[in-house]
Ligand binder design. Structure first.
Ligand SMILES: Cc1ncc(C[n+]2csc(CCOP(=O)(O)OP(=O)(O)O)c2C)c(N)n1
Ligand SMILES: [Mg+2]
Length: 662
């Protein structure tokens, strides 16, 4: 006899309680409350094949309420994924185990995205749903026809990014996105009444979502609500009425079950209440067998899909597209053309020029901007808008939703088959930063086109002028920050970003820059992170390191120093992370390890000097801006902050005199 849905759900409850108890850390309440809803989803609706977590046409499942990680670990184990094993679950939250505190996409296939920072799972799911519709439009129903399911808690729906995400999903009419809301009226501090009286349902309806409700503790009722949602053309929110910690007789319904082990006595009481085996980590055979069968439910559909793929004339193209490898064959001819027509250009414009070539050569790119298309130069003429009426388009008008855009791009990148890039002003990376951090942590290939990268944006003034942004972004692991100095460097940095396994930020100017790369080498010099642009003509006394718009100032200042007999190298440093990754001898060649009294190292960047001592040494000279900017035309702002060739040259010679450097 087939075990009841409740018994299947109770296996999730048992594993969640036991794992949290063993770790003496974790969140049993959410998995226990949503166990029945998850059972309905995984045994009846979700299209997946536990034998192949990478099946491209699987439904995507996102546990936005990442603190309830034991829910997904239990589901993956029960349905028969290779990992986590029962042993992994016994080592929940322990060093070296893939059952990390919160679900990590790089630990377990089956965990599509990293969640835990509340709100972002839902926001990433919007990007997943966009990628699905886009690839469906390109490759058709035979190859791409799946859905995105999310489990979200009260916290996911309270976070501000939720507003951005549901707005995007509503406008793009992402009907294949279904969010199951764990409506348990509890958060950490206690009842949701303490902090919320908004009408969550009305808010979703206002964003053009379909909303329905169900008894989240009744798998049949959840299933009914899912069916209703599948039939509706709008994105759906299913309000699942649940009880946090359901089954723990003395603690259920209270915040006490949210984020702590239930304790031995309460676990025993729950076992009795739920009719569980008296042993830890034990799942009755009939229950495990039923779960394993659910894990194979999709095998037939998977096999049929394989057949369709075999028969498709586009098999190789489709697989290559999903594999994500791109060719940078566009770069050489493009750079040759730049060399043939050297002229001053803003790097944001240079980026657009590169993008014309990239978007023509690489169909996987999907661009966009948070309402600054004309300023970020992100829309090329050869791509159409991606809209509810035309999912085949490749340009998204994200609206003024920087965080929502960045999170959606993470979802798109992790879905696979597309390479998202999106723009805003560099200063507003602050608005997107939590998602940029998740791009980095998840190693999602997202390319951030961040223009207006310094006081060089001029008149918009201090609110819009980034100061600390470049360095603070460079401090983030697994994120490459590029600040190219001219059109050639911009194209090279684009090529690096497109083939990177990390997310990238391109910091680009509003103002025109003259070409600084005059010599054609046939090599992508930016790949080194830093390279010598100008050799000292006199005996080398100074090395100036500069990035982006300050490279031309460095070159002109160097000329003035040379005229005084002071040999000066100029090093362009478009990407410090890449330079740091170079072998010792290359770094030594560019920045010899000698004292500043022998060769003075100077950094110039129109932003904070914080951190540049990494390269100048403590006794070097750091030229930058350690305060907020000014509202003024760009040349006046540069002059005001001493960032002109004359003023830089004088600062360097004064510094040398003061320090007795000959
Ligand atoms: C951005 C963010 N802020 C705070 C937290 C810490 N946190 C984890 S769970 C939680 C409460 C969430 O409440 P709810 O979504 O209702 O989950 P439940 O208690 O019902 O499981 C908080 C504040 C977090 N993970 N992410
Ligand atoms: Mg809650």
């Amino acid at each position: 006899m087939q075990p009841s849905d409740r018994r299947l759900a109770n296996a999730i409850r048992a594993l969640a309680m036991d794992a949290v108890e063993a770790a003496n850390s974790g969140h049993p309440g959410m998995p226990m409350g949503m166990a029945d809803a998850a059972t309905a989803l995984f045994t009846r609706h979700l299209k997946f094949d536990a034998a192949d977590p990478y099946w491209p046409d699987r439904d995507r499942f996102i546990l936005s309420a990442g603190h309830g990680s034991m829910l997904i670990y239990a589901l993956l184990y029960l349905t028969g994924y290779a990992r986590p094993t029962l042993d992994d679950i016994k080592h929940f939250r322990q060093l070296g185990s893939p059952t990390a505190g919160h679900p990590e996409n790089f630990e377990l296939p089956g965990v599509e995205v990293t969640t835990g920072p509340l709100g972002q799972g839902v926001a990433m799911s919007v990007g997943m749903a966009v990628a699905e519709r886009h690839l469906n439009a390109v490759y058709g129903d035979d190859l791409v026809d799946h859905r995105t399911f999310v489990i979200a808690g009260d916290g996911d729906l309270m976070e501000g990014v939720n507003h951005e995400a549901i707005g995007l999903a509503g406008n793009l009419k992402l009907g294949r996105l279904i969010v199951l809301w764990d409506d348990n009226s509890i958060t950490i501090d206690g009842s949701t009444d303490l902090s919320r009286n908004e009408d969550v349902v009305a808010r979703h309806k206002a964003a053009q979502w379909h909303v329905t409700k169900c008894d989240g503790l009744n798998a049949d009722d959840v299933s009914r609500a899912i069916e209703e949602s599948l039939a509706d053309p709008r994105p759906s929110l299913i309000r699942c009425r649940t009880i946090i910690g359901y089954g723990a007789p003395n603690k259920q319904g209270t915040a006490a079950t949210h984020g702590a082990a239930l304790g031995k006595d309460e676990v025993e009481a729950a076992r009795a209440e739920l009719g569980l085996e008296p042993k830890e980590f034990s799942v009755p055979d009939d229950v495990l067998n039923a779960w394993r069968a659910a894990g194979k439910r999709g095998a037939v559909e998977h096999a049929l899909w394989n057949d369709r793929l075999e028969q498709s004339g586009r098999k190789d193209e489709f697989l290559a597209r999903l594999n994500g490898k791109v060719s940078n064959a566009w770069l050489r001819p493009f750079v040759d053309k730049l060399f043939a027509e050297q002229k001053p250009v803003a790097t944001r414009k240079a980026s657009e020029m590169a993008l014309e070539a990239i978007n023509a050569a690489i169909p996987a790119t999907i661009g966009g901007s948070a309402d600054l298309t004309g300023s970020n130069n992100t829309k090329t003429k050869n791509i159409e808008p991606l809209t509810a009426e035309n999912y085949a388009g490749r340009y998204i008008y994200y609206g003024i939703r920087e965080f929502g855009m960045a999170a959606a791009m993470n979802g798109m990148a992790l879905h696979g088959g597309v390479i998202p890039y999106g723009g805003t002003f560099l200063v507003f990376t602050d608005y997107a930063r939590p998602a940029i951090r998740l791009s980095a942590l998840q190693e999602a290939r997202v390319i951030y086109v961040m223009t207006h990268d310094s006081i060089g944006l001029g008149e918009d003034g201090p609110t819009h002028q980034p100061i600390e942004h470049l360095q603070s972004l460079r401090a983030m692991p697994q994120l490459d920050v590029y600040r190219p100095a001219d059109a050639v460097e911009t194209a090279e940095c684009w090529a690096l970003a497109l083939t990177s396994e990390h997310p990238s930020i391109l910091a680009l100017t509003r103002q025109n820059l003259r070409p600084v790369r005059m010599e054609k080498t046939g090599e992508n010099l930016c790949a080194r992170g830093a390279y010598r642009l100008k050799d000292a003509q006199n005996g080398r006394k100074v090395i100036i390191l500069a990035t982006g718009s300050e490279v031309e100032i460095a070159l002109d200042a160097a000329e003035k120093l040379e005229a005084q007999g002071i040999g000066t190298d100029v090093v362009s440093m478009p990407c410090t992370e890449r330079f740091d990754a170079q072998p010792w001898d290359y770094r030594e060649e560019i920045l010899p390890d000698v004292s500043n009294s022998e060769i003075l190292r100077v950094s110039i960047e129109a932003g904070t000097t914080f951190g540049w001592e990494r390269y100048t040494g403590l006794h070097g000279l750091r030229i930058g801006i350690d305060r907020f900017g000014v509202s003024a035309p760009a040349p006046d702002a540069y002059d005001y902050f001493g960032l002109t060739p004359d003023k830089v040259a004088i600062r360097i010679t004064d510094f040398m005199t003061k320090r007795g450097i000959q």
